[in-house]
Design a binder for this molecule. Structure first.
Ligand SMILES: Nc1ncnc2c1ncn2[C@@H]1O[C@H](COP(=O)(O)OP(=O)(O)OP(=O)(O)O)[C@@H](O)[C@H]1O
Ligand SMILES: O=P(O)(O)O[C@@H]1[C@@H](O)[C@H](OP(=O)(O)O)[C@@H](OP(=O)(O)O)[C@H](O)[C@H]1OP(=O)(O)O
Length: 428
């Protein structure tokens, strides 16, 4: 027993990093190979538990509340506000027992829920929600918490709470309909762990949010396409779900994006394998990032129509004989390079979509195919994925009053996806 706060590890400030990140005054940088010299006893938790050091946002051990605890591959989320805790437990229990398609599907998008336990913390018996630790299998977990929605206060919020919520992350929420309360990234170029907290997040605006996301993605210079595609694959599935669901409205709920910098480093080491020979060009519309590829200075359709409808991304395949031939040649040209993720996606698109111009009719299955293809194109086995997105924090999840779509939530997701689609175009 002893210290009541995490002892920060030695700080190594990196000028270039800070230059790239104006106003990042609440950052901490740790070297990756530093041993954490934390005396766990000091936190007043049982011996078989540890503080969860991969937590990037949310309540911490500040005297009023407690931070997340790590235990046996799970995390324990202490309940300090009774109503919020009950709401979150009700939410998980409801979706775990739901049999309808929409809520069953939701189980895929949230951490696994293992019930509730009572843990003695600093001499108090505290109820905790037991959840899958999303960072568990990652050697160098990079984690970002993205709070979704312009409105972050729920229908029961007091006047003071509304005022407090409205006062923070103003520009980011206003312009993007999401904000970033915290993230951590293992920088692959210098092996340092950088943490950015909510005070940094509160300074961000629509110009600096993309920079922060790029920092998180280790993409200041080059964006790793495989990483972006893995994130987009998850994001698109969540987006499709959010577009149709009319059960819930989420306030102050987040998306947690997690990836393993170790895998990114390995991939970039052998980057001959991943650097596509096919170059994408930025097209004029934000919504057309995947639509055109350029091979030998010629534009070739990749099969993505360039449009995201309120039902999800629309696919189409080349219709004119010339375009179809180009597409086939493209596939043929790249057939030998089985490690090239982008080319794989083209082959898979070709394999799974009929070359008919009737995508209205079978749009439903194409949409589904597309997300599966994207899942598949990063790695052909799900178990090999090294990046994921999950929806977290349901302390303010409410039933949709009039069975309406949760526009507040959806807009944040849509905007985040637009940014990631932009990154995809920028990726080499
Ligand atoms: N299942 C999980 N696996 C790994 N990390 C998680 C998981 N759930 C939450 N976290 C970490 O804990 C942080 C806080 O989580 P969460 O938002 O649920 O807590 P909170 O205290 O309710 O937050 P807030 O103050 O925003 O209401 C997240 O930013 C993330 O770093
Ligand atoms: O306002 P802050 O300091 O940024 O952090 C708040 C946090 O204080 C607040 O908890 P509470 O004071 O109401 O217990 C969190 O509220 P919810 O549990 O209602 O979500 C906020 O989410 C924190 O804000 P944020 O993470 O957005 O900075």
């Amino acid at each position: 027993m002893g210290k009541s706060e995490v002892v920060p590890m030695p700080i190594h400030r990196q000028d270039s990093l800070y230059a790239a990140c104006k106003g990042a005054f609440n950052t901490v940088v740790h070297t990756v190979d530093e041993e954490q010299d934390e005396d766990e006893d000091d936190f007043g938790i049982p011996d078989n538990m540890q503080l969860f050091t991969n937590q990037v946002a949310g309540h911490t051990n500040d005297g009023k509340s407690y931070g997340m605890i790590k235990h046996n591959g799970t995390i324990l989320k202490p309940i300090t506000k009774q109503k919020c805790g009950e709401r979150e437990i009700d939410f998980y229990e409801e979706i775990n027992s739901a049999t309808d398609k929409t809520r069953s599907e939701l189980r895929d998008f949230v951490p696994k829920y293992y019930g509730k336990v009572t843990v003695p913390i600093k001499g108090n018996d505290v109820d905790c929600i037991v959840l899958e630790d999303l960072t568990r299998y990652y050697k160098e977990p990079c984690v970002i918490d993205i709070k979704i929605g312009r409105r972050t206060w729920d229908p029961t919020a007091s006047y003071d709470k509304i005022v407090n919520e409205e006062a923070k992350y103003q520009e980011s929420k206003r312009d993007l309909a999401f904000c970033i309360p915290g993230f951590q990234v293992y920088k692959i170029h210098n092996n340092q762990l950088c943490k950015f907290d909510k005070n940094y997040g509160k300074t961000l605006n629509k110009e600096t949010v993309p920079q922060a996301l790029k920092m998180f993605l280790n993409a200041e210079t080059v964006c790793c396409r495989s990483l972006i595609v893995q994130f987009l694959a998850s994001l698109w599935r969540i987006q499709m779900w959010a577009r149709k669901q009319r059960y819930y409205h989420f306030y102050s709920s987040s998306l947690l994006l997690v990836y393993d910098a170790r895998r990114l480093r390995e991939l970039l080491k052998t980057d001959d394998d991943v650097k596509p020979t096919l170059k994408l060009q930025r097209s004029t519309s934000l919504y057309r990032p995947l639509s055109l590829a350029v091979l030998n200075n010629e534009k070739i359709s990749t099969g993505f129509s360039g449009q995201l409808t309120n039902q999800g991304p629309i696919l189409r395949t080349p219709t004119s004989p010339t375009k179809l031939k180009q597409f086939n040649d493209l596939v043929q040209t790249n057939n030998n390079n089985s490690n090239n993720v982008w080319q794989k996606s083209i082959r898979t698109l070709k394999r799974t979509h009929s070359f008919q111009n009737d995508y209205d009719k079978d749009m439903q299955s194409k949409r589904q195919d597309y997300t599966y293809i994207l899942d598949e194109l990063c790695t052909e086995q799900k178990s090999e994925l090294w990046a994921t997105v999950k929806m977290i924090d349901f302390a303010h999840a409410f039933m949709a009053e009039h069975h309406e779509v949760d526009k507040n939530y959806l807009e944040g997701i849509d905007n985040l996806i637009k940014l990631f689609e932009e990154f995809l175009v920028d990726s080499e």
